[in-house]
Design a binder for this molecule. Structure first.
Ligand code: S3P
Length: 171
């Protein structure tokens, strides 16, 4: 089983992905970690500032292509994965499924502002981030196989919901 979690920054893709991997006994893949390993930089924000967003997006496609060939795994994608449709084509190959973790903007903004260890270059300006979500929301919807609303839910509730979908063949 191959499941990719997509959604905006702060939607909980990494937390849910790790827990899902544990429950389903799948290998966990964190795309941003893989992108970082493929670069010669120390952090994602360093890639953005020193090499530019375009370079980050190139590396993202390289990593998505690598993940295209795997048959099993839980994958947490970066929030901008939907900016290049080919990423989703790769992730959905080998019967891969994509789940959109959907949350209201205010919740995402609150979570990102609390996450001091992970600097998000595209969430430095709240109004710009709000517009970015408006632009991306229809893409998350159309590229995913299912949408799960995450507001008011604990990570384990979301994992349970995903497992229920997989075991009843709804995903
Ligand atoms: C990005 C989201 C970040 C990271 C990079 C770009 C985006 O990942 O990949 O800063 O374009 O939304 P998270 O969604 O895990 O924060």
């Amino acid at each position: 089983m191959k499941i990719s979690l997509i959604g905006f920054m702060g939607s909980g893709k990494s937390t849910v992905g790790q827990s899902l991997a544990q429950f389903l006994n799948l290998r966990y893949y964190e795309m941003d970690q893989m992108i970082l390993s493929a670069s010669d930089r120390e952090s994602i924000s360093e890639i953005f500032t020193l090499d530019g967003e375009l370079r980050y997006r190139e590396l993202e496609i390289v990593v998505a292509k690598q993940l295209g060939s795997i048959t099993d795994g839980a994958i947490s994608c970066g929030g901008g994965i939907i900016m290049n449709k080919i990423n989703l084509d790769y992730l959905k190959s080998q019967s891969g499924k994509a789940i959109y973790l959907q949350a209201p903007f205010d919740l995402l903004a609150a979570r990102v502002s609390q996450d001091a260890n992970n600097i998000r270059p595209l969430f430095q300006d709240v109004e710009k981030a709000r517009k970015l979500l408006q632009l991306r929301a229809p893409l998350y919807e159309s590229y995913s196989d299912v949408t799960i609303t995450v507001a008011d839910k604990k990570p384990e509730d979301i994992v349970r919901e995903i497992i229920r979908l997989t075991s009843s063949n709804l995903l």
